[in-house]
Write a protein that binds this ligand. Structure first.
Ligand code: CP
Length: 356
């Protein structure tokens, strides 16, 4: 008879809205503690001997490298499994692949296109599944990116309550259009959860879908968050603490005419330039999850300028992954007594092998 392993079905990290504000704050705090320890030269083996499967069918620099390095620094191991190198729903069902991987590893991070495929995968995994960015218009988000973004904002404004922060997000916020805007949706979810003020600034046809606005307002009922919609980047600019940009177009989405169709709507009106930055609060921080296009979404002057937090944000992907993984996977070490029992049993067996 098939026996299921005695592994607790842990929490998945697929959507920010599956977590409470307190839980997300814990992950941010833990990530920042791990970062401080790392900078002091202390990397604790909190995930010793644990393995993370990184299943990616799409390009990635930051997400892939941050997860691999995170596992190394935590004393564990990451397996990078790209594209069609395993039977991922081919020659066997997705649920069979998922259960098998979860019997051998301790967690999986996926970037395999649609969020619903990830949900299907997670359904049969005995161990946590993490969304490494999903693109479709129903649930697609990029939750791990937002932990890094919130660390970056907290570092920039250490004493400002989340409720007092105003965020301006510029660009395409309509996932229904081209499957773009997953970071924008994740950002809006975090702003709603943390009671912040979110300004969604997009050109006509790229506005935040009503469903996302409704979801925001539902969370805001308890958090007190506010939302403003505009097509004018300057409308609320004097109140803004952080400006977020995102890619106007992307390699991999490049069907005929894709860039040409999108660019006239976005460029140059929604490019974050020095004039916009100068109109915001004096200490405004500028973020962009990267990869991005210099002198398209942000001018190089802003990208490399004193308000840019882009590279801190990118580095914080590493510290965020460490926080997320440790929060999800950390377990107390087995007792001395249990270790002694198993060590004695195995050593005794080895001592008495018949052919010794
Ligand atoms: N921001 C982000 O997810 O970067 P990668 O696509 O390089 O992982």
């Amino acid at each position: 008879m098939r026996k299921k392993p005695n592994i607790p079905r842990n929490r998945h990290f697929l959507k920010l809205t599956d977590f409470t504000r307190e839980e997300l704050q814990e992950i941010i705090d833990l990530s920042m503690m791990l970062k401080e320890a790392h900078y002091a030269g202390v990397d604790l083996p909190l995930l010793k001997n644990k393995s993370l499967a990184i299943l990616f069918s799409e390009l990635s620099t930051r997400t892939r490298i941050s997860f691999e390095t995170a596992m190394t620094q935590l004393g564990g191991h990451a397996l990078y499994i790209s594209g069609k190198t395993i039977y991922m729903g081919e020659h066997e069902t997705m649920r069979d692949t998922s259960e098998v991987i979860s019997r051998m590893t301790d967690a999986a991070v996926l970037r395999i296109g649609k969020h619903e495929t990830m949900e299907e995968y997670a359904e049969d995994s005995f161990t946590p599944v993490i969304d490494g960015c999903s693109q479709d218009s129903i649930e697609g988000t990029h939750p791990t990116q937002l932990i890094a973004d919130f660390i970056t904002m907290r570092e920039h404004l250490p004493d400002t309550p989340w409720e007092d922060m105003t965020i301006l997000r510029v660009g395409d916020l309509n996932l229904d259009l081209d499957g773009f805007g997953m970071v924008g949706r994740a950002l809006s979810q975090m702003c709603a959860i943390f009671g912040m003020t979110y300004i969604a600034c997009s050109p006509e046809g790229m506005e935040m879908p009503q469903r996302d606005i409704d979801a925001y307002n539902e969370i805001a009922k308890t958090s007190g968050a506010k939302i403003y919609l505009t097509d004018d980047p300057y409308k609320y600019i004097d109140k803004v603490d952080f400006i977020f940009g995102d890619s106007f177009y992307f390699a991999g989405y490049d069907e005929e005419g894709f860039k040409e169709r999108r660019m006239p709507k976005l460029f140059p009106k929604y490019t974050i330039d020095q004039k916009l930055v100068d109109a915001a609060k004096e200490n405004v921080g500028v973020l962009h999850c990267m990869p991005g296009h210099r002198d398209v979404e942000l001018t190089s002057e802003v990208w490399d300028g004193p308000h840019s937090l882009l590279f801190e944000e990118a580095e914080n992907r590493l510290h965020a992954q460490k926080g997320i993984l440790t929060w999800l996977l950390y377990e107390r070490q087995p007792s001395e007594e249990l270790i002694k029992y198993h060590k004695g049993r195995i050593e005794n067996f080895l001592e008495h092998r018949v052919n010794r």
